[in-house]
Design a protein around this ligand. Structure first.
Ligand SMILES: Cc1cc2nc3c(=O)[nH]c(=O)nc-3n(C[C@H](O)[C@H](O)[C@H](O)COP(=O)(O)OP(=O)(O)OC[C@H]3O[C@@H](n4cnc5c(N)ncnc54)[C@H](O)[C@@H]3O)c2cc1C
Length: 265
């Protein structure tokens, strides 16, 4: 992991409040291991926003990284106002990667909300290796989607209000695909309610699943201990918090579904 000051190449709105930025980051790319990893961006070097903001790597090719981000608060708003040739400071690459997607399985890639970028990255790797796969992307309504609904090409978009793609959540298409395909394996990233639903479904039906968790994060390197998630460790000792908790920045963000617990479950 290293820190690199990078030049922005492009920064454009691709859907309502959702932006895509690309920049040259040859040093960070030289350490990049694969889809699932993220970077931590210092958008402004000031006391008003001292903490970096984590963003998944949506693509890492030819010395360039791209991210796709939603404007949530102050810092993502400032990020959206950056122009080509402006520079920002990046810490990365951070975190682990999706695994086993290229080993005798049918990958079902599932993204929701701001969890889409790492799955788009994984989709492009599946394409590079000619691995047959499906991608299911959920959003509240049509304005949040920036891809096209192409069920004939195994790209399925859903909306909670039915304004685009299939009506409902990602769970219906997931269930359908699992019934159609041999050796399905779910790879998912998105809001916690979606990950809880996928984890419960996967455990109930014996389907392997890897979930990428987006917890609040400060430093990204294990110092602040801000991104803790509870582990599902049945043999944990009463007084050892190391067996009970995991740091998403160092151990994650990707976990096997059976290995983690969520607040709301
Ligand atoms: C490993 C990881 C990868 C991420 N990848 C992406 C990505 O590819 N694209 C993207 O748009 N976002 C991603 N996020 C979330 C992103 O980091 C936050 O949206 C961002 O930090 C918000 O900063 P802000 O100053 O604009 O908003 P803030 O003012 O910090 O927050 C505004 C509101 O946004 C929500 N929020 C902020 N951070 C999070 C969070 N981590 N999880 C859930 N809700 C949050 C809260 O409701 C908060 O009140 C990722 C987070 C993690 C941990």
């Amino acid at each position: 992991m290293l820190i690199e000051r990078v030049n922005i190449i492009s920064n454009e709105e691709v859907a309502h409040n959702i932006w895509q930025m690309s920049f040259e980051a040859p040093e960070i790319i030289s350490e990049y291991k694969g889809p699932g990893q993220f970077i931590n961006i210092l958008v402004e070097d000031s006391w008003s926003h001292p903490l970096r903001r984590p963003m998944s790597i949506a693509s890492a090719k030819n010395g360039k990284i791209s991210i796709i981000y939603k404007i949530f608060g102050d810092v993502t708003d400032i990020l959206s106002k950056k122009l080509p040739n402006d520079n920002i400071e990046i810490l990365g690459p951070l975190g682990n990667t999706f695994t086993n997607w290229n080993v005798d399985c049918y990958p079902i890639l599932v993204g929701g909300g701001v969890g889409i970028p790492p799955l788009l990255n994984l989709k492009s790797e599946c394409e590079n290796y000619n691995i047959d796969h499906s991608i299911v992307i959920g959003a509240r309504n049509a304005t949040e989607h920036f891809m096209t609904h192409e069920p004939e090409n195994d790209i399925i978009l859903t909306t909670d209000d039915g304004s685009f793609g299939e009506l409902g959540t990602v769970m219906n298409p997931i269930d359908r695909i699992i019934k159609e395909k041999n050796s399905p394996y779910i790879f998912a990233c998105g809001p916690e309610p979606m990950l809880v639903a996928i984890r419960d479904y996967a455990l109930k039906n014996g389907i392997p699943a890897q979930l990428s968790v987006e917890s609040y994060m400060g430093c990204g390197v294990g110092l602040c201990q801000g991104c803790i998630i509870s582990k599902n460790n049945k043999s944990q000792k009463d007084n050892s918090y190391h067996e009970q908790y995991s740091l998403v920045c160092l151990d994650g963000p990707i976990y096997e579904a059976e290995d983690i617990k969520f607040e709301q479950s």
